[in-house]
Design a protein around this ligand. Structure first.
Ligand code: PRX
Length: 638
């Protein structure tokens, strides 16, 4: 497959960028021509950030799976689409050619149809990183059902919130999951989540760990049985549903600054064009390469760069079920060596944790196939950047530091591998079509170099979030109300004199723990549910491996047994309400929280204390200035 839109030189980047700003509609129309549409669009773009309403490729008709699968069958039917590496290196790996994947997707799409699922229905997918997860997502897209994939690490309560919010009628899960040495009970979690849930009529269960599980009559069915049944009733062929370019493709929940997760909505045409375009350009993918994105499909990185982007580009993509440190810290290098990986795309937190394990894990591993390295999800610190460059890339692989978000669907700011220069800790330059601006707190645009402020985007790109599921007002408030006529990212950044952007982290109440987005309000709500807690405040603190750790200040009304025990109880509560990923790293019991006279918690002060910075600034305007020294003292004793 050729990519006529692939940028091959720095000059070309500049020229494409200029065109994308001067005439975005012509620019994107030309790129969209490279996809397969049942009917071409009438108009490329209509938008108004004030409403907000954004539409791309208006009137266009397509099915994304015809782009991920069908169109590769003429020339690349036998090319490998997915290479699956199991958690246990001794278990047999699996792989699917484009034709095999096509067949599996059609079969499972018929299973969904046979279970009454039709265009527009919402399907919750809660599966481990097995090929069936990709198959299930694509099968939904094939028949126009909207998938909502929930990461396996979320608790039953978090899962229920997401299922309820989207009004899912069907859930796809497995008996269990393998994760390193652990076995996780996926079905038990689903069973708890579905207690009292009325919308879900059917649960399709894949057998992965063969552990005994409860199967509820009339509701729960086995994946394999359903495949046989659908084959008998419908057969193997599955005509793809015709979708409008702006029909919903999926919902993906992510954290915002309030307690309730946001259902980020992406639609079909723009998402397809954007993820494929950014995949091919950022990583400079060429059709014979092996692409390894380590992200779980439960996150946007997995959606866009393990699945949809690579498959639309006809690439070979690796799905890895396990973790970087199992059975040992050499696992990524084993995989690179085994599959002769060309592109490795991972998160700084993984790099830092492998860095801490030392370089002996590289011994005997051939990494010479690597051409491009990528980083995503959080700022990469200088030390990790150089370690990645020297030990993994052997100083010959460009590193792309890709800044983007669940809401942007694909990479927004990044160097293009080997085409535009990298600069350690800088995401560098915007991709064509992306028009970033830096604003101060009042919304004034800061022009030129050597400036820092809040990162906004002033023009839509094809992958921009289209809605907050079921709550358009929240959509407006989250992204388009802080600054007039701008999309606000929630990130702070600076720009150097060459126009390179460096992302400095969130400026709202969102934490980034091991590259996972977690809202402080969500964690506080969870902590406050513990019977002994009166009030709490959660802030981030710098963490050597996780990037940011969770620091909770908690006012107790009563303790169960002793402090340590109570801390464990609180962690248990947070695990139950959100999931283990949101457990605080540190809990400090306090008598009061520093508050303004109007009762607002002064998080700025709490952040300083958590960072071990004694300079808490002016505290005289507080309702209770005396508490600051007491909290500082408590922090020193921790
Ligand atoms: O703070 C930014 C950080 O991750 C946030 C988005 O998180 P999420 O929606 O979960 O998507 C993660 C995968 C794209 C951003 O607001 N972030 C992401 N990439 C970078 C980054 N921070 C610094 N540098 C990056 N390359």
């Amino acid at each position: 497959m050729a990519y006529p839109y692939q940028i091959k030189s720095e000059e070309q980047y500049k020229e494409h960028y200029k065109r994308s700003v001067e005439n975005p509609e012509a620019f994107w129309a030309e790129i969209a021509e490279n996809f397969s549409w049942r009917k071409k669009w009438n108009k490329v773009l209509e938008w108004d950030f004030r409403k907000p309403k954004i539409e791309w490729f208006i009137g266009g008709k397509l099915n994304i799976t015809e782009n991920c699968l069908d169109r590769h069958l003429t020339e690349n039917a036998n090319k490998t689409a997915i290479l699956w590496e199991p958690n246990n290196p001794h278990e047999k790996a699996r792989s699917f050619t484009y034709k095999e994947l096509f067949d599996e997707v059609c079969l499972f799409a018929n299973v969904l149809r046979n279970n009454g699922i039709k265009k527009g229905d919402r399907v919750c997918i809660y599966l481990p990183m097995v090929p069936e997860l990709s198959i299930a997502m694509l099968a939904c897209a094939r028949i126009g059902a909207i998938h909502s994939v929930v990461f396996g690490g979320f608790s039953a309560i978090a899962l229920r919130d997401r299922i309820d919010d989207a009004g899912c009628s069907l859930v796809i899960t497995s008996d269990g999951a393998y994760r390193g040495e652990k076995q996780i009970s996926m079905k038990d979690t689903i069973d708890d989540a579905l207690l009292g849930c009325e919308s879900v009529k059917r649960v399709i269960v894949l057998s992965r760990t063969n552990k005994p599980i409860s199967m509820i009559g009339g509701r729960d069915v086995w994946w394999d049985d359903e495949i046989k049944a659908a084959q008998n009733i419908i057969g193997d062929k599955c005509e793809a549903e015709e979708m409008d370019a702006e029909d919903m493709l999926f919902i993906l929940y992510t954290s915002g600054s309030t307690g309730k997760p946001k259902g980020v909505v992406h639609t079909t045409g723009g998402y397809m064009v954007w993820t494929t375009y950014t995949f091919v350009n950022t990583f400079q993918y060429s059709p014979d390469q092996i692409h390894f994105c380590t992200a779980d499909l439960g996150w946007i990185t997995g959606h866009s760069y393990t699945l949809y982007g690579p498959l639309c580009a006809g690439a070979t993509t690796i799905m890895f079920e396990g973790i970087p440190t199992y059975p040992d810290a050499g696992r990524f290098w084993d995989i690179v060596d085994k599959y002769k990986v060309d592109i490795l795309y991972t998160a700084p937190t993984a790099i830092r944790s492998l860095m801490a394990s030392g370089v002996s894990w590289f011994e005997g591993k051939d990494l010479s196939s690597l051409k491009v390295l990528g980083s995503v999800g959080e700022p990469i610190n200088e030390e990790a950047w150089h370690w990645y460059d020297e030990n993994v890339g052997k100083k010959k692989c460009p590193i792309v530091d890709t800044w983007w978000q669940t809401e942007t669907a694909g990479i927004m700011i990044s160097n293009l591998a080997g085409v535009t220069p990298s600069k350690p800790t800088f995401a560098t330059l915007p991709l064509p079509g992306v028009q970033p601006v830096i604003v101060d707190d009042k919304g004034n645009e800061l022009a030129g170099g050597d400036v820092s402020g809040n990162l906004c985007i002033k023009f839509p790109w094809p992958g921009i979030v289209r809605d907050n599921y079921g709550n358009t007002e929240r959509y407006r408030q989250s992204y388009f109300s802080t600054y007039e006529n701008l999309y606000f990212s929630g990130d702070g950044c600076l720009r150097d004199n060459d126009g390179n952007y460096r992302i400095t982290g969130r400026v709202d109440d969102v934490l980034n723990v091991s590259g996972h987005r977690i809202g402080t309000a969500e964690v506080e709500n969870a902590i406050n549910m513990h019977t002994g807690v009166v009030e709490s405040a959660v802030v981030a603190f710098p963490h050597a491996i996780k990037g940011e750790g969770i620091y909770a200040y908690v006012i107790l009304k009563g303790m169960h047994i002793d402090e340590d025990h109570t801390k464990k109880d609180i962690n248990e509560t947070v695990s139950r309400i959100i999931g283990a990923i949101a457990k605080p790293d540190k809990i400090q019991f306090v008598k009061e929280l520093p508050k303004t006279r109007s009762g607002k918690i002064m998080r700025r002060i709490l952040r300083k204390i958590a960072e071990k910075n004694d300079d808490t600034g002016d505290t005289s305007t507080l309702l209770n200035p005396g508490i600051v020294d007491e909290i500082k003292q408590g922090a020193r004793n921790m």
